[in-house]
Design a protein around this ligand. Sequence first.
Ligand SMILES: CC(C)(COP(=O)(O)OP(=O)(O)OC[C@H]1O[C@@H](n2cnc3c(N)ncnc32)[C@H](O)[C@@H]1OP(=O)(O)O)[C@@H](O)C(=O)NCCC(=O)NCCS
Length: 260
Amino acid sequence: MGEGAWYLLLEVDGLLASLVNFFEQRSLRFSFPELNNKHFQLYLFKIAKNNFSTNFFHKFNIDLPSNIAKSVPKRQREYFFGRMAARYALAALDIEQFRVETGKWREPIWPEGTIGSISHNERYAGATVLKATQMKGIGIDIESVLSEKSQLALQNTAIFQSEIRYLQDHGLMTIPGSVLSIIFSAKESFFKAAFPLVRRYFDFDAVSLVDFDNNRKVLLLEVRQDLCPTLQPGVVIPIHFYWLDGNTILTYCGLQGSGN
Ligand SMILES: CC(C)(COP(=O)(O)OP(=O)(O)OC[C@H]1O[C@@H](n2cnc3c(N)ncnc32)[C@H](O)[C@@H]1OP(=O)(O)O)[C@@H](O)C(=O)NCCC(=O)NCCS
């Protein structure tokens, strides 16, 4: 369960102490009951849309890769705030001045001996980092509730008939946008958590929804493919979810590395 309040992060500029900007930042703690209550801290920024400029990269000493420099402002903002969140997550482990680069599979490259995850949507950017001795994989995903058009697009590409049938049979399709968003996001969290172990892309049918508990805010995904030695068909992975606001879901997945 998350906790913590938003607070303003003030950045001052040298001796003049002029206020260069402020960002709303928050830190939330989540735990995995099935993993002996191992927990992680999520560093979350509200994305400041107004007055955002690529100067922020220089001002806050965040690298601006050429592909991001050439991308649309939305992507630039999300990348910037995702890296800001990562900076706070790393600082909590006493790791300062580390630049989180991007690997050939678009994955963030964390310092040796750590694992982590980044996610962003148009409203929030979050990151977490843990010591690799604590868990083998961590994945977070922030997702806005899907529009009707996106819900349709997901069916049979990311969410399949057997899963829809499960939801219908259990009376869970009353608010399809919310439920499908959670499942889609859960699969992306799983992907991010599993990636350091699997080291390749795999599709959404690699796992399948087998349980959805809206009271406990947890769902179960069953692995359907041979992904890696610890993620074999039949292994069941709990994914937790938490509403950041009425329109934004956070899902998170922790992997122990021994078939959970
Ligand atoms: C990679 C992916 C999961 C990112 O999710 P998204 O909703 O598009 O975007 P998010 O904002 O939540 O996450 C983006 C961040 O994910 C991280 N990410 C990207 N690729 C990653 C990978 N291979 N492994 C781990 N993390 C990755 C990056 O940090 C990225 O942010 P950045 O580019 O600013 O550094 C998604 O784009 C994707 O490619 N999905 C297809 C694979 C998949 O999900 N299969 C389903 C398996 S069940």
